[in-house]
Structure formats: structure tokens, C-alpha cells
Write a protein that binds this ligand. Structure first.
Ligand code: UGA
Length: 430
């Protein structure tokens, strides 16, 4: 298996699959995309992009002649040797990863010494080994297997694909597919980590768990700052300038959301537990994050007293800006807690309101910031969309009936809010 720019197959057209497909098409590969969802494939064939990811639509349009979409595997198997597996691995009720979509792919690939499965989906450490066993049992032991975990972030996924911090390739000894994957990524000039399959799987889980730990750590520091009068923004800057720590993922806030951290931290904790090891640190990371999502309620109560009947405007629903993804979003916990306290919540998000309504149909969403802040007793900023950072706060103040603004992302300027006559409270800021 040689030669860069060889055609590839991409199985699964979610965030990871579509970005991988569009990215490799942009680098010059013919890409054969497969998904069992006929509606999604129909949309893609018509040039419509079923998810919101900045730049993805343009990249797909620019490379339309190199991107092929189908509901069946045949074309991908016919044209491509490397089949990138990008299917979902959501948590089951037990918190373990649901690998049924991965197993469906394994069942569907034909027996072939020519092909390799390249696992992009996040899977527990040990999955490669067990899939290898299943393939052998099905008489398809000749298929090669590579673990190539994805590190893209929603909202900046195209940039992450084009400028990866590293490319991790987990391969079996003597397998040619690892070289073929390395060649595909060569022009991106990223550091390559070539290792065994289990280590590659663990790198992905450990990276996400460490980033989540960094966030829970700074959130706890912020909570202590609130007790001691220190400012977490200065603390994070002072700490992050240490090369050994680094400045990123030290923004205190209302907790991390998204499907990946929530899922992967639990998956790693359970993976350890299932093999008899109690991963204490991750238990604390998860608990701190859950409490952090709820702390805003206590802040509101401190200022407003009983929240029954109070009008609270929530700015931002998506788990972070530049995405419509609502999975694991802190806004869901906050809105549900406020409703349980009897508050009336009105929310606005420039992109994610539709997705939010799917998971929380009773949520009252408005069409603009000024609409939802009207008559509000308090405003809570949950997602730091650029639109909110550029708001005219005097106009917001004029519409509100109260004065309180809780900045759940430390994204606003307290001086500006103060000048508008508003009472500002951030996370860990005096
Ligand atoms: C995360 C990882 O960052 C990616 O490297 C990984 O590929 C991806 O999961 C995955 O496993 O697929 P993502 O979930 O898209 O990416 O989003 P992040 O940018 O990491 O943000 C996650 C959450 O942490 C957001 O809710 C964000 O607001 C929060 N966050 C982030 C903080 O609260 N503080 C920070 O300093 C940084």
C-alpha cells in the first residue's frame, strides 16, 4: 500500500467524517463517503451540508468533484484501500462506549488483504485488539487495522485538520497500512507519533481527560478565588505562562460541555474500573464539572433571593461558540435547574436554538438578544458567541427590569457593564 493522494473511503459522515473527507479531498485525494442515513447522503449529494461547522460548506463545494457520497460501501471498497471509520460511539446506559456502529462496519467490510480499516472514531483502549479477533473469526483476518484518533475541535475543525498538533498512528507490527496513512498526512508536516494500536487508543482518551482535568482544576481555583478575593484571570495567566503548564484550557466558566469530554472522561474512568483500577482523579473532574454547571443558580439566588417567578435571560445554548451542538451543553443543566426553582427562562442562541428545542422542547427561545432580555431580572451568558461580546449593554440595561448580569464565561468587560449601570458577576473574578 503506497503512494500519497491515493483515494480513500470515509465511513460515517458526522463531524469527524465530513471534516476528514473534505480535508483529504482538499489535499487531493478522491474520497468515497458512506453513511447509512439516506437523507443525509441525499443532502450531501445535492451539495447541502447537514451540520454547522465554519468553512466546511465551502471546502465541500470547492472539492465537489473529488467527493462521492453513497449509502453503500461498494464504491468505497472498489476504489479505496484505506477505509477511515468515523462512526459515532455514544455512551451506553452504563457509560461504556456503544460500539455497535463500529461493529456494523466490521461486519460489512469484505474479506480482503488489500484493505485497511483506519479507526478515527474514539474507542476504548483495547478495541483494536478485540476487532482484530472479530475480523479473524469472520474469516477476514487479512484486513489491516490502524488506529488514527481524531483531535479536531468543533468550531475550528477545518483548521485543526489542516494544522494538526500531531498525527497519531497506531499500527500492528509489519503492517503496511500505517505507512500509507502516514503518507496521506505527510504534506501537513505535523509531528508523527507512530506506536502500537492500544497506545494510540489511549493517547486519545488521555488527551481529552487531561484537558477536562485542566478545566475542572481552573474552575476549582476560580471558586477559591471567589472566597479569597483573587482574580482567576490573572491567576490563569500567571500560571499558564509557565511553559510546563501552558496557557490554553485554563478558562474558568460554567463547566465543560460537548459530547467528547463528557463521554471520554467517563469512558476512561470506566475502562480503568472494568480492569480493576479506581481512577480517583477523574471522578473528581466529573463531579467538579457537574457542580460548576449549577453554581450559577446559587449566584442568582444570592442576588435575587427566591427565583420563583423571576425572569432569567440565557444568552447562548450551544456547548461552545461556532457550533450548533447541544450535546452535554451546560445550558441544558442550567435551564432545567432554573425551571425547577420556578424561574421563567428565555434563551437566545444565534445558531443552536433549533437543536436545543429538539432536546428541551419546552424551552422558551427568542429570536434576538434584545427580545429575551426584555423585562429580565437577570441575564446569564452561557456561550461566548462574538455577537454577545459586541452588545450595546446600555441598550440591554434599558430593556431589563433588573440589573444583574452573570458572565458564565468571563468573556465580558466588567467596566463596560458597570458604565451601563449593570451589576456584573463573573466566575472567580472580584
Ligand atoms: C474536544 C477536544 O478539545 C478535541 O481535541 C477532541 O478532538 C474533541 O474533544 C473530540 O474528542 O472529538 P470539543 O469537544 O469540540 O473538542 O471542544 P473544546 O474546544 O475542547 O471545548 C470543550 C468544552 O470545554 C466547551 O464547553 C468549552 O467551553 C469548555 N472549555 C474549554 C472551558 O470551559 N475552558 C477552557 O479553557 C476550554
Amino acid at each position: 500500500m503506497t503512494a500519497a493522494r491515493q483515494p480513500i473511503g470515509v465511513i460515517g459522515t458526522g463531524y469527524v467524517g465530513l471534516v476528514t473527507a473534505a480535508g483529504f479531498a482538499q489535499l487531493g485525494s478522491e474520497v468515497y463517503c458512506v453513511d447509512i442515513d439516506a437523507d443525509k447522503i441525499g443532502q450531501l449529494q445535492r451539495g447541502e451540508v447537514p451540520i454547522y461547522e465554519p468553512g466546511l460548506g465551502e471546502l465541500i463545494a470547492d472539492n465537489r468533484e473529488r467527493l462521492h457520497f453513497s449509502t453503500v460501501l461498494d464504491e468505497a471498497v472498489e476504489h479505496a484501500r484505506l477505509l477511515f471509520v468515523c462512526v459515532g460511539t455514544p455512551p451506553t446506559h452504563s457509560g461504556d462506549a456503544d460500539l455497535s456502529a463500529v461493529h456494523a462496519v466490521v461486519d460489512a467490510v469484505p474479506s480482503s488483504a488489500e484493505h485497511a480499516l483506519v479507526m478515527k472514531s474514539t474507542v476504548p483502549c483495547g478495541t483494536g485488539r478485540s476487532l482484530r479477533r472479530v475480523l479473524s473469526e469472520q474469516g477476514k483476518g487479512a484486513i489491516d487495522y490502524v488506529s488514527c484518533p481524531e483531535f479536531l475541535k468543533e468550531g475550528s475543525a477545518i483548521n485543526d485538520f489542516m494544522h494538526p498538533d500531531r498525527v497519531v498512528i497506531g499500527e500492528e507490527e509489519g503492517s503496511p497500512a500505517g505507512d500509507a496513512v502516514a503518507e496521506l498526512y505527510e504534506s501537513l508536516e505535523a509531528p508523527l507519533v507512530r506506536t502500537d494500536v492500544a497506545s494510540a487508543e489511549m493517547i486519545k482518551l488521555a488527551a481529552n481527560a487531561f484537558l477536562a482535568t485542566k478545566i475542572s482544576f481552573i474552575n476549582e481555583i476560580a471558586n477559591v478565588c471567589e472566597e479569597t478575593g483573587a482574580n482567576v484571570l490573572d491567576v490563569a495567566r500567571g500560571v499558564g505562562l509557565d511553559d510546563r503548564i501552558g496557557p490554553r484550557f485554563l478558562q474558568a466558566g460554567v463547566g465543560y460541555g460537548g459530547s467528547c469530554f463528557t463521554k471520554d472522561v467517563s469512558a476512561l474512568k470506566l475502562l480503568a474500573a472494568n480492569s480493576g483500577y479506581h481512577f480517583q482523579l477523574l471522578g473528581a473532574v466529573i463531579e467538579v464539572n457537574e457542580l460548576q454547571k449549577r453554581r450559577v443558580v446559587a449566584k442568582l439566588q444570592r442576588h435575587l433571593g427566591n427565583l420563583a417567578g423571576k425572569r432569567i435571560a440565557v444568552l447562548g445554548l450551544a456547548f461552545k461558540p461556532n457550533t450548533d451542538d447541544m450535546r452535554g451543553a451546560s445550558s441544558l443543566v442550567l435551564a432545567a435547574r432554573l425551571a425547577a426553582e420556578g424561574a421563567h427562562v428565555r434563551a437566545y442562541d444565534p445558531v443552536a436554538a433549533g437543536e436545543a428545542k429538539k432536546v428541551m422542547p419546552q424551552l422558551d427561545c427568542g429570536d434576538s438578544v434584545l427580545e429575551v432580555v426584555s423585562e429580565a431580572d437577570a441575564v446569564v451568558l452561557v456561550t461566548e458567541w462574538p455577537e454577545f461580546l459586541a452588545l450595546d449593554w446600555s441598550e440591554v440595561a434599558a430593556r431589563m427590569s433588573g440589573k444583574l448580569v452573570i458572565d458564565g464565561r468571563n468573556a465580558l468587560d466588567p467596566v463596560v457593564l458597570d458604565a451601563a449601570g449593570l451589576t456584573y458577576e463573573g466566575i472567580g473574578r472580584p
